[in-house]
Design a binder for this molecule. Structure first.
Ligand SMILES: [Zn+2]
Length: 71
C-alpha cells in the first residue's frame, strides 16, 4: 500500500479544499475573448454566443437584448 511520505499540513489541506472556491471567486474572472464580457470558463459566452473563437449560438439582435431585459 502506498503511504504518503509527509503529513498533509493544515495549510495545504485548506488550500486544496478552497481550490474550487478560489477558481469561482477569483479577482479577475474569465472574460470572453470576443466581446470581453465576463463569462464562466468552458461555457458559451451568454452575451455574444461565442466559444473557442467560433460563434456557437446565434444571438437575437444585440441591441434588442437590453430592451428585453427591462421588461
Ligand atoms: Zn462574448
Amino acid at each position: 500500500m502506498a503511504v504518503p511520505k509527509k503529513k498533509t499540513s493544515v495549510s495545504r489541506k485548506g488550500l486544496r479544499r478552497a481550490g474550487q472556491h478560489h477558481k469561482l471567486y477569483r479577482k479577475h474572472p474569465f472574460s470572453c475573448p470576443n466581446c470581453g464580457a465576463h463569462a464562466l470558463p468552458h461555457t458559451v459566452c451568454p452575451t455574444c454566443g461565442h466559444y473557442k473563437g467560433k460563434e456557437v449560438i446565434e444571438m437575437k439582435g444585440d441591441d434588442e437584448e437590453s430592451a428585453e431585459a427591462e421588461v
